[in-house]
Design a binder for this molecule. Sequence first.
Ligand SMILES: [Zn+2]
Length: 346
Amino acid sequence: MVTYLEQLAYLVKRRVQRDFEVATCASRERPQGVAHWWTRGRLKRVYHPRSSLLIVVPVALALAGAAVAQAPPITITPSSPETPRWVGHVTVLAGNAAIGALTGAVLQKLRGGSFKDGFVRGALGGSVSYVGKRVAVQDFWGAGLLGREFNALGVSMVRNASDGVPTLSHLYLPLGPLPVRATFDLTHGFRVQPQLDIAATAWLTTGLLGSHLILNLAESFSSGAPVFEAEGRWLVDSEHSVLAYAVSRSVFLGDPGLYRGAPPPRAHVLAHERVHVLQQDFVLTAWSDPFARVALNRFGAGRWMQRYVAVDALAWVVGTASRLMYGADWGERFPTESEARFLTGH
Ligand SMILES: [Zn+2]
């Protein structure tokens, strides 16, 4: 693991140094090799410091994933019944704070800001996210919606820390079960910019068109995300043990009558999937969005697009990479799964 971290640190340092040198270079001398071929002479524009994100983010994800894959499986659930449950909660809280801190620190540093500032404010946002997840798994009506918005507040704090802007300057809030996320800009008075969540729209449409899937409106409003129920058919034809899954902020519940034995209570299964929805909100706003912004800001149509749509490209990359690294049972061993299981007990 040390080797991977060392490699990552070296790559980040090299990349940032090179950006800085090229961005501040007064001469018009063209670089040689790959850099020249890639930039095609548009040196200043392509080598803006933020472009380093394009290289560093996939490398960081791949290296972190490989490091995690080599480590023993992470078990958050206390191993012995004597271990108090609060120990597990402290672990989950620390995990959320650490992910928020690293996100804020790395992304702000790549923008030329302060690692420490991003780290501290990112940790604060991660801790708020943890509270949101605890609310989302409660039993009362609307717990999912309330928890999702609270989690979104924490995620916004992480995002603002990454962007190097005041902690509450922008709020990125999902509009309940609608595939729309609204950005509340509080820096210039009060401005709202709704954005269509493309991936969520695709899965919502898939659910609505599925002949064996029924949208449960009451559960969808209570959960703050679309909840579909399968009837008379397996949820996943190739894998009959899948009780439910959450994908791109939509929840799909299996038909309980089809499973052998007694499946866990439906409310617990739904609460578990709601945790995954909140985790997916984090990936979209804290990682996919800044990543997509760098790519889309390069051309006019892209700038127009990122104003009105949210592109969750990184979730697809992370999902594919995880499947490749963990194999078929990747979901069982991934830390996001351990977190959802610990918080709901299933
Ligand atoms: Zn799960």
